[in-house]
Write a protein that binds this ligand. Structure first.
Ligand code: ADP
Length: 677
């Protein structure tokens, strides 16, 4: 057995491997770049070696440095995880040449499956059904155009060296073929250094179904059933599940047998995945499933297979690498229940899924589901690596239960100020078409807006925020109920949400004046103060009615006993800010003190980053007096500088940022206390 394992990866996969290794009594060595010096995988491992600067090309992708780190730390084996060098045959060979155990397939198997065209040819020879198409050596236009005609439009042009959804073009009509080919080749050349392509029949309403396989060094290959990964965005998986909905025994038998045949054809050793594409226009049928490609590594979505089979796939990898036989025969392998995984990303669905970086000031992941993550509260999401924060995996007896549980888990995610796709995931899981089972890869595109729209704060959220700004001891609304209203005496809580003004008035006394958001500018002096530089896009929100008053809100903000998905939660409360988590999103409110500040163009003294960026200078210190308009700090973003200045005369109460920090939008950088308050 392996004694000391170096993990040539980072984040959640490194942590995942460490857990199993530890259980098996295998020592672990982490590697890390500058950006990951304090990362969770480094803290978890028994030892760690620094391998270079933050960019992956100078650290995690530098095979020589990793092998040197293994030697230096006395490791006897290397696990590549997934991504990075996991499917690099040269690296696998170099590891073996250095006298180390490679936890993965033979370099020859990686190579055989590395190019899509060669892999397809090989599979066809082995009798595995492949997507109809052209995969010849002749790459001339004179050959490709007739080939596309013969296949019949629509067709898909794919870079033979492609991966990660890159280098693919769908072509609807013959007229568009040449242009699409050109652009596909350009992308392939840039991304993979190889501009050769293959052409496939474009399958309409395709489902992505893949089979987990495992081989040992004694000629045995088994499958561990299928996964469905059809919910994709731009050809990237978002939700994965096992088994596949609508899969009948006959079709399962057929594709699992084809997968085993495919693995045998390349003498496969270790964990691998055979990806198929299914034409599911009339449900899953054994003769409508075709080989797409093989991934010669562990997959991101491997946990759903583990959950339904009870097999620890990383343990199997280590055993096989040590030369052991497969721990189970095909007859011994069974599955039960249903498991669904959602990939939680640091990105903003409302802004075309732009990655969101920064420190995880609030990082509240739900219970009741398996969580795979490489970060903890206080850690940073940087722009150097994949923005995946965590995988949430729910396993229940039925699909419906697992989907419900995962949806509730996504809704309970509270992360701030980094933006996440949690609410988006929850909407996918709540979608009727998804719940009916058997969605195809066009699902997200088809539902677009309905899934990606960023949630507006509901009346409940507004109410909770407003209540949090009332002085302690004042019951939320009870005290206001029966309050005699007139224009002058009226009590209302004034808050800001983004650049909108929220006026929250007591409910029962004045039904004609509900809590609502005012768009910026509508109230004259209340226009957004204290941010110089481009403003965030206006959120023009419709008036929202208050829900009936008299509700009791627990002071802790936690809805103990109530289903977490049902009620908004106050997750941070200070005089400067209220953060409310609801439905997977975190809504940030600041009190608006315009009137209290005697006409000055003031707002709350919490100076937040208007956009994600890097702090390039800080002009103030704690305790320093500042005058309105004084420069506080400079934020660098998208090659521009933004000066953040004091909104009013006051004292610097807190500087929470440091020069060089990468900050997310909305992160509070400085707090100013107002003079005389
Ligand atoms: P990559 O290696 O970049 O991941 P794949 O060949 O695995 O590329 O394909 C990625 C995704 O593209 C699939 O999961 C599927 O959604 C879509 N796709 C691939 N081939 C076809 C096809 N012939 N017809 C329709 N969609 C396809």
């Amino acid at each position: 057995m392996v004694k000391r394992l170096l993990i040539a990866n980072r984040g959640e996969i490194a942590c995942r491997i460490i857990r199993t290794a530890r259980r098996m009594g295998v020592e672990t060595i982490a590697v890390f770049s500058d950006a990951d010096a304090g990362a969770l995988h480094v803290r978890m491992a028994d030892g760690a070696v620094h391998i270079g600067p933050s960019p992956a090309s100078e650290s995690y992708l530098d095979g020589a440095k990793i092998i040197a780190a293994a030697k230096e730390s006395g490791a006897d084996a290397i696990h590549p995880g997934f991504g990075f060098l996991s499917e690099n045959a040269q690296f696998a060979q170099a590891v073996m040449d250095a006298g180390l155990t490679w936890v993965g397939p033979d370099p020859a198997s990686i190579e055989a499956m590395g190019l899509k065209d060669a892999a397809k040819r090989l599979m066809a020879e082995a009798g595995v059904p492949i997507t109809p198409g052209y995969m010849g050596e002749d790459q001339s236009l004179d050959r490709l155009i007739p080939a596309a005609d013969e296949i019949g439009y629509p067709v898909l042009i794919k870079a033979v060296a492609g991966g990660g959804g890159k280098g693919m073009r769908r072509v609807e009509r013959k007229e568009d073929f040449s242009a699409a080919l050109e652009s596909c080749r350009r992308e392939a050349k840039a991304a993979f250094g190889d501009d050769r392509v293959l052409i496939e029949k474009y399958i309409t309403r395709p489902r992505h179904i893949e089979v987990q396989v495992f081989g040992d060094r004694h000629g045995n290959v088994v499958h561990l059933f299928e996964r469905d990964c059809s919910v994709q965005r731009r050809h990237q998986k978002v939700i994965e599940e096992a088994p596949a909905p609508g899969m009948d025994e006959v079709t399962r038998e057929a594709i699992c047998a084809a997968a085993v045949k495919a693995a045998q054809a390349v003498n496969y050793v270790g964990a691998g995945t055979i990806e198929f594409i299914a034409d599911a226009t009339e449900g899953l049928k054994p003769d409508r499933v075709w080989f797409m490609e093989m991934n010669t590594r562990l997959q991101v979505e491997h946990p759903v297979t583990e959950q339904i089979t009870g097999v620890d796939l990383v343990e199997w990898q280590l055993r096989i690498a040590a030369g052991e036989h497969l721990p189970k025969s095909q007859e011994d392998l069974r599955f039960s229940g249903w498991s669904v995984e959602a990939r939680l990303y640091a990105e903003d669905p409302a802004r075309d899924f732009m990655p969101s970086t920064g420190r995880l000031e609030i990082f509240d992941l739900p219970g009741g589901v398996r969580v795979e993550t490489g970060v903890e509260r206080g850690d940073a999401i940087t722009s150097f690596y994949d923005p995946m924060i965590a995988k949430l995996i729910a396993t229940c007896e039925t699909r419906e239960q697992a989907v419900d549980r995962l949806r509730a888990a996504c809704e309970a995610v509270a992360i701030y100020p980094v933006k996440t796709n949690a609410a988006f995931l929850a909407r996918v899981l709540g979608n009727a078409e998804f719940r009916a089972g058997g969605v195809d890869t066009g699902f997200i595109e088809r539902h677009g807006e309905a899934l990606t729209r960023s949630g507006e704060p509901s009346a409940q959220v507004l109410e909770l925020a407003a209540q949090s700004f009332l002085p302690e001891g004042q019951g939320p609304w009870q005290r206001l109920v029966g309050f005699r209203m007139n224009a002058e005496q009226r009590r209302e809580v004034r808050m800001r949400f983004g650049d909108s003004l929220v006026l929250a008035a007591p409910p029962s006394s004045d039904p004609a004046s509900p809590a609502h958001l005012l768009p910026p500018g509508e109230k004259g002096p209340l226009g957004p103060a204290f941010v110089h530089g481009p403003q965030a896009p206006n959120s023009r929100l419709p008036p929202l009615p208050f829900s009936p008053g008299g509700r009791r809100w627990p002071r802790s903000g936690r809805m103990r006993g109530a289903p977490r998905t049902q009620a908004p939660r106050l997750i941070r409360k200070s005089p400067h800010q209220a953060l409310i988590a609801y439905g997977g999103e975190v809504f940030a409110f600041t009190p608006d003190r315009t009137e209290a500040s005697h006409g000055a163009a003031a707002g709350d003294g919490a100076i937040a980053a208007p956009i994600p960026g890097k702090i390039s200078a800080i002009a103030v210190q704690n305790g320093q007096e500042v005058s309105k308009g004084d420069t506080l700090l400079i934020l660098e973003a998208m090659k521009m500088e933004y000066t953040l200045s004091a909104p009013f005369n006051g004292v610097v109460e807190e500087v929470t940022a440091a020069v060089g920090d990468q900050v997310t939008e909305g992160a509070v950088l400085v707090r100013i206390g107002e003079e005389g308050r």
